[in-house]
Design a binder for this molecule. Structure first.
Ligand code: CTP
Ligand code: MG
Length: 222
């Protein structure tokens, strides 16, 4: 049976609300609870492990298991993975993406099994034109081909063995630079498949994002 790891141990520096971002109220409940509710509705997922900031383990919602997160996101994923026993596949999700729906988790799991890949990750087509700059940081070097670009989200579903190997071979320094877990699979030559998601599955980073998430969730509840 599958397990879900929800990482919620960040401090929410850029949101600036003076408390861990995952615990900030959002459309009537702590942000984390939106993700937990979505995961609970996925039949294939048997256990939910939540990585929380040290001293906040009491904030784990019912029917979830709390672990202490690490200094950087990947370390929180690693702590939750270790605590998750033998569940396979493993679905990793950020509490900072409270709009992810059960269907998206199911599609990631289905694609992982159907394709035989090591990972299947939610991502949205990019609608902006993206340019790459040179060493000086502000002179345009080239314009990327938009139809090949995807903005990566969570959930990300993994074969347990592939994810464990990726973490076992990554140093703490490397983990500190990883902004998503699929990259750890890519660097070992593993196969990562995209599951098309919508840009509305936003990641809450700033106060403006929180505002948008609030509007979208209130609309959904109505
Ligand atoms: N996360 C975590 N452990 C960390 C850092 C981040 O579990 N040490 C989680 C966050 O709780 C979030 C997700 O990883 O759900 C994505 O991180 P991010 O959006 O950067 O959240 P924060 O680190 O909390 O925000 P900031 O970087 O602004 O401090
Ligand atoms: Mg962060």
């Amino acid at each position: 049976m599958a397990v879900a790891l929800i990482v919620a141990a960040g401090s929410g520096e850029r949101l600036g609300s003076g408390r861990p971002k995952a615990l900030v109220p959002l459309a009537g409940r702590p942000m984390l609870e939106w993700s937990v509710a979505a995961v609970r509705a996925v039949e294939a997922i048997e256990r939910i492990i939540v990585a929380l900031p040290p001293g906040e383990l009491d904030a784990a919602p019912p029917e979830t298991e709390a672990v202490e997160g690490g200094d950087v996101r990947s370390q929180s994923v690693r702590a939750a993975l270790r605590a998750s026993g033998g569940g396979d596949p493993v679905v990793v999700h950020d509490a900072a993406q409270p709009l992810a729906q059960p269907k998206l988790f199911e599609r990631a799991l289905d694609e992982l099994l159907r394709s035989g890949a090591d990972a299947a990750i939610a991502a949205a087509r990019v609608s902006d034109t993206i340019k790459e700059v040179g060493e000086d940081g502000l002179t345009v070097a080239r314009t990327l081909e938009r139809r090949r670009l995807w903005a990566v989200q969570t959930p990300q579903a993994f074969r347990r063995e592939a994810l464990e190997r990726a973490f076992a071979t990554a140093s703490d320094d490397l983990l500190a630079t990883a902004t998503d877990d699929a990259w750890l699979i890519e660097r070992l030559g593993g196969t990562v498949r995209i599951v098309e998601s919508r840009p509305e599955n936003i990641k809450v980073t700033t106060p403006a994002d929180l505002h948008v998430a609030e509007m979208l969730l209130e609309e959904r509840v109505r």
